[in-house]
Design a protein around this ligand. Structure first.
Ligand code: G3H
Ligand code: 13P
Ligand code: ZN
Length: 362
């Protein structure tokens, strides 16, 4: 549970405001707004997995500022989707972690009908501890995948023990994605897919709740040379091995899931950008087949950055005399909301918010 509070179960719509049953010990968070009792919900990440697993994937979107947050919430309201907000170490430095928390808490009040979890993306041990103790996060990711297997197990287990004592779930990484994240760059030669045998041992020994598996993707805009597919065989084998070992189903997390649309890259370049036109990402039509095999969380950051870059480049390219950032900022929020709603359709999470609410109310 992300916080020690009571649960307020029920649909947060104008029709049933104030008619919430109070249940002890579930960990949802209420918000007051517009003179009524409304409840937006920050929920345990595990509560989203429980409903989504094997059916669809929940979009996990990185945010860094208020404009992204507004676009994200609007896109999820429009598409009626549950979602995960993820905050990287870089974001916590850029906007300041307290500012990000304040932005999200405000969004919770502005959009009371949303259901979402708050997650630390690619944490080290120190940041995980800070987030666990903050009482704000639904889950943390400990990323010790660059360490040896034994060291990864050791660090992850320490974080799991601390997090579980506070009812927070833990995503851990095994295998190594290519690309750049934070200050760590992994070249193609060092990237390696998750070994399904090791995955079972890792889950058993660490007790982690979800597994960030390397299944052929990488972070950033330059994922593949030519068209490449996800390694469905690896996803399937991990699931098979987990079941055979008698472990509960372990949601798999796909990092590096941006699709890097060619038209977005072309528009950026037409407005003065110099992105390599060979940039390409994951085929969006592979999200759902992966979800059906147990990929329950899909991490998307780069595609949102491309939306920001396209909007701002096009605006200032066509209006070189402008210096007010609000007109492009407004367009960005609209475009980001559209982008999020589209992704949620591709992930299968669109239209699922009421089912999540119903499951939470049980
Ligand atoms: O995987 C990394 C995410 O895209 C976050 O990126 O560390 O630049 O905020 P960042
Ligand atoms: P992309 O770079 O493909 O958006 O991946 C983001 C990610 O994995 C965040 O953890
Ligand atoms: Zn990642």
């Amino acid at each position: 549970m992300p916080r020690s509070c009571k649960v307020f179960a029920g649909a947060a719509s104008a029709g049933n405001r104030c008619r919430f049953e109070v249940l002890e010990g579930f960990g949802l968070v209420g918000a007051r707004g517009r003179g009524y009792l409304w409840w937006a919900m920050i929920v345990p990440t595990a509560a989203l997995y429980r409903v989504a697993y094997g059916k669809y994937a929940v979009g996990a979107y990185n945010i860094n500022n208020a404009e992204q947050t507004m676009g994200l919430f609007r896109g999820c309201v429009e598409s009626q989707a549950p979602f995960i907000i993820q905050i990287s170490k870089g974001a916590r430095k850029y906007t300041e972690k307290r500012m990000l928390e304040a932005i999200i808490r405000s969004a919770e009040e502005i959009f009371p009908e949303t259901i979402f979890a708050v997650h630390l993306d690619h944490g080290d041990e120190e940041t995980c501890i800070d987030c666990i103790n903050s009482g704000f996060y639904s889950s943390v990711m400990i990323d010790a995948s660059h360490e040896t297997f034994e060291k990864n197990v050791e660090i992850t287990k320490r974080v799991v023990d601390l997090a579980h004592a506070k009812g927070i779930s833990v995503e851990a990484e095994l295998g190594m994605l290519g690309g750049v994240e934070e200050d760590i760059a992994v070249d193609e030669a060092h990237a390696c897919l998750t070994d399904p045998e090791e995955a079972v041992e890792f889950i058993k020994r660490t007790g982690c709740d979800s597994l960030a598996a390397a299944i052929g993707t990488s972070h950033g805009a330059y994922k593949f040379r030519g068209r490449q597919s996800l390694h469905f065989d690896v996803i399937e084998k991990i699931r098979e091995n987990v079941t055979a070992a008698g472990l509960p189903p372990t949601p798999i997390v796909m990092h590096g899931s941006s699709s890097v649309p060619a038209e977005e890259v072309a528009r950026i370049n037409a407005a003065g950008g110099t992105l390599d036109p060979s940039a390409c990402g994951v085929d969006e039509n592979e999200y759902l087949p992966a979800a059906r095999l147990g990929v329950a969380k899909v991490n998307i950051d780069t595609d949102g950055r491309l939306v920001w870059t396209r909007v701002h480049r096009e605006f200032f390219h066509s209006k070189p005399g402008e210096f007010d950032f609000r007109p492009p900022g407004k367009t960005f929020m609209d475009e980001y909301a559209k982008f999020i709603a589209h992704k949620n359709v591709k992930l299968g999470s669109a239209g699922q918010v009421e089912a999540i609410r119903a499951s939470l109310a049980k």
